[in-house]
Each structure stands twice: as C-alpha cells, then as structure tokens.
Design a protein around this ligand. Structure first.
Ligand code: F0G
Length: 456
C-alpha cells in the first residue's frame, strides 16, 4: 500500500478553539508580533515546537499510575535508568527536568571564560548555557548543511577538516567536543554513523571528551538505517547503541525522542565528573534518583523509550514531514531538503527575498502564517542567532521558519490544511513586510523581544 497510515488510534482528544483571521490579527498585534507571547488556545495548529507536545500512549499513561514518589531510591528511577542504558550504554544516568538543565550542569564543569566549544550546530539553549558560563560556542557543520536546497543525505554532519583545524588552533581552550543529533538548528538534518565515529575519533586524538546532544536520536537512527550504506538490515536499537558507544556522555531532552511531556538527563562515564554533576544536581534540580522529575514522569519516559524505536512509528513520523515538504516543494515554496526528522523548514530568506535579512524575513513569514491560518511556527534565523554577545548584529547563516511537528498529535487533514495556508500565502507573499526589534533582552532574545512591522 502507498498510504502510510498513522500507526495508532485516538482514544482521548483535545478540542481546538476556532478563531477568525480578524481575531488573530489583533491577538498577534497585542503580543508585539512575538509568537511566544500567544496563548495556545488562540492557535489552531501549534507547530512552535515538537518538545513536550507529543501524545503519550495508553501504555505510558498506565505506567504513570505506577510512579513511585519516594524521595530516594524509587523503583521508577531504576526502571528509567535501565530503559536509558538499554539504548545508551553510559555508566551514570542523571535525570534532569529537561535538556537545558543537563546542559547547565555540563557547562558548569566544561564552560568558563576563554573556553571554546565546537558542535555541528549548538541549539539555542546549549549556546545560551555556554555563553552564560563565559565560554564561546562554534558551529562547524559541513558546508552542505548551510544550503537549503542541497540534497546531501547527512546535512547534519560535522565538518571534520574544520574540526581538526579548530582543535589544532584552539588547543587547550577546548574542554570538549559536542555533536547534536539530529541537527535541529540546521534543519533537523541527520548525522551519519560514520561521521559520529569520525568525530569521536578526532576528539580522542586531541584528548577531548566527546558529548552527544541526543534529543532526536531515534529519528537520526532511522535516517542512518534508510540512507547509510550497510545499515539497512540493522535494528534501530542496534544503530542507536552504536551512535552512543564512542561518546563519553550525552545531554538529552526527553521531551523529544523519549515521548515525554517533560524530562531530560545527563549521562557520563567518568566517575569523578558524575560525582560533581550529582552534587550540582542536588543543589539545583533534586536528589539524583529523581532530578526534578516525579516518579510518574520517570515511568512515562521509561515506557516512551521502548516505543520510540518502533519502526512503524518512525516510518510514519518521517513520512509526515516529507509529505508536507513534497507538497510545499510542488507549490514552489523553498523548503530545506531532504526532509529532516521533526520539522518542516521553510527558507524564508529565499521565499521573501524582498525582505532583507536584518528585517527578519523569517519573522515576517511566521507572523503571516499565524494571521492567515492560525498556525504557530518559529523563526530560526537572524532573530534567533543574529545578535552577538557584544551587542552587534549580523545576518544568521540562514533565515528559516520551522514548523515543528509534535509526535502522534496531528493527522493528515491538519497536514493538508498547512499546505493550503501556504497556497494562500503564495498569492500575497510580495505584500508581506519586514520587522524591526524595538525591545530585547541580552540573551536568547527571540523568546521575549518585541517587534514593530516596517511600513511598506
Ligand atoms: N538540544 C536540542 C537539539 C534541542 O532541540 C533542545 C530543545 C534542547 C537541547 C533543550 O532541551 O527544551 O528540554 O531544555 N529544543 C526545543 C525545540 C525547545 O523547540 O527545538 P529542553
């Protein structure tokens, strides 16, 4: 059969409150054109993030009932720990309330003034934690990863030549090497197993610990199985284990590929580092057998980790994305290709080429998608990355708009509606105007900054 059906039935539903275009025009004006300021009740299709917004399974909800809320030594923790270690063979699994808390602990040990930390592309909270510690983050993804139209199968790969030059140049100031799978900020693009191993080997050669940001590890493994030579007959679980086998640790947001609404972890092999990390955890998150989570959360994650590696799920998951991307492509909307794992990325700089990067074409598209269709998306471009710690501003590498697809949450008619909104937008895109930022915080401005439209 050609049709890949959603591999689930729906048992519980959440109503969507319908709004009109006029209402939405007022609502977005009232938030100063920042989509993070909207109430989610005022959104028809919420593609702001795939983080924590997925639907839990019946098995996860029943696991929730088993949650043991003991402060120390809860059996729920041990089930969680075993589920993680079944996939990622690290010695120490330290639960946190979400991924950025794991990053904050990691960079309390590896950050600091004068230090330099490479990654294929740091996610915004990773960069935020690095910069807050006084260190600097650098993105060394392969050149193809900056070209939305390039069909390279692993556009999230680390540029190994640049990494080697970086490690040589920065020497002692580099405390560790990181790799993000999939490369969220670069279009949800995967990293090949070969590249993971080669990055690990380079880190080892320079005596640096190697950490993986594993948020979307299962989607990444699915791409490896589909696209990398020799991986076709292997199970997702085996591929996942191989991906993490050569790392010294990982950070994780369990709100992505663990089917959680909340949660994360920091994993480490080194005993001394783990002790320091656990002491930090006790001060900031909680005792090491719950780390800011309830026993119920830990149970949901343990069950989620058994479901995420299911191939029927992953086939449907990735197909949802490529279905939308294929149709947008056919409409002439420039999208990041090939389809990534968790989101559709539209090249706003190209589609709205009449709006210069410093007038934020991505923000303009995101606001228009909301006004016209009630769709909430997210600018990943100059608003998010254009401002530097010294206050200067330059265009980001790309101006993308991300439509992140929550896991197991929307159906094909939602996907068809999204495409239809783009169809309508195609007719009026030349009339969209740029924006200017009129108020912004020092770090991670995209969450709270205020915009004014630039008059046409
Ligand atoms: N790393 C990556 C690659 C991420 O995508 C995220 C979160 C984090 C770390 C931080 O995890 O949210 O649990 O603290 N990404 C979400 C997103 C927010 O929308 O892409 P967190």
């Amino acid at each position: 059969m050609k049709t890949i059906i959603e591999p689930f039935r729906i048992k519980t539903v959440e109503p969507i409150r319908m709004t009109t275009r006029e209402e939405r025009a007022k609502l977005i004006r009232d938030t100063h054109y920042n989509l993070f300021g909207l109430r989610s009740d005022d959104v028809l299709i919420d593609l702001l993030t795939d983080s924590g917004t997925g639907a839990m399974s019946a098995a996860q909800w029943s696991a929730v009932m088993r949650g043991d809320e003991s402060y120390a030594g809860s059996p729920s923790f041990y089930r969680f720990e075993a589920a993680v270690q079944n996939l990622m063979p690290f010695t120490h699994i330290i639960p946190t309330h979400q991924g950025r808390a794991a990053e904050a602990i990691l960079f309390s040990m590896f950050g600091g003034a004068g230090r330099n930390i490479p990654n294929n592309t740091h996610f915004d909270t990773t960069r935020g934690n690095i910069e807050a510690s006084g260190a600097a983050g650098h993105d060394l993804v392969i050149e193809e990863g900056h070209d939305p139209a390039n069909l390279h199968p692993f556009k999230g790969n680390m540029d190994l030549a640049r990494l080697e030059a970086y490690l040589t140049e920065h020497g002692e100031s580099v405390p560790c090497v990181m790799l993000t799978i999939t490369n969220n900020a670069g279009g949800g693009q995967p990293v090949s197993l070969t590249n993971i191993r080669a990055t690990a080997a380079l880190a080892r050669k320079f005596n640096k610990p190697f950490f993986i940001d594993g948020c979307r590890f299962a989607e990444n493994a699915w791409f490896i199985k589909q696209r990398e030579e020799g991986q076709q007959d292997r199970s997702i679980t085996d591929i996942v284990r191989d991906c993490f086998a050569e790392a010294d640790g990982m950070t994780m947001s369990a709100k992505k590929d663990a089917f959680g609404n909340i949660g994360g972890w920091l994993a480490l092999n080194d005993d001394t580092l783990a002790e320091t990390a656990r002491n930090h955890l006790i001060r900031t998150e909680g005792f090491p057998t719950y780390g800011g989570l309830s026993g119920r959360d830990l149970e949901a994650l343990a069950q989620g980790l058994t479901e995420i590696v299911d191939e029927d799920y992953l086939r449907y998951r990735i197909r949802t994305n490529s279905y939308i991307i294929d149709r947008l492509d056919a409409l002439g909307v420039p999208v990041v290709k090939p389809a990534g794992g968790h989101a559709v990325f539209v090249d706003a700089r190209k589609w709205l080429s009449h709006i210069p990067p410093l007038a934020y074409p991505g923000q303009s598209l995101a606001v228009a998608l909301y006004e016209l269709g009630g769709i909430r998306s997210c600018e990943i471009g100059t608003v998010m990355f254009g401002r530097h710690p010294d206050g200067t501003e330059t265009p980001a590498a790309m101006d993308l708009v991300r439509l992140a697809i929550p896991r197991r949450t929307y159906t094909q008619s939602h996907a068809d509606y999204i495409v239809e909104v783009f169809e309508e937008l195609s007719n009026i895109r030349e009339t969209l105007t740029g924006y200017r930022i009129v108020q912004q915080p020092e770090l991670m401005r995209h969450f709270t900054c205020r915009f004014d439209p630039i008059a046409a």
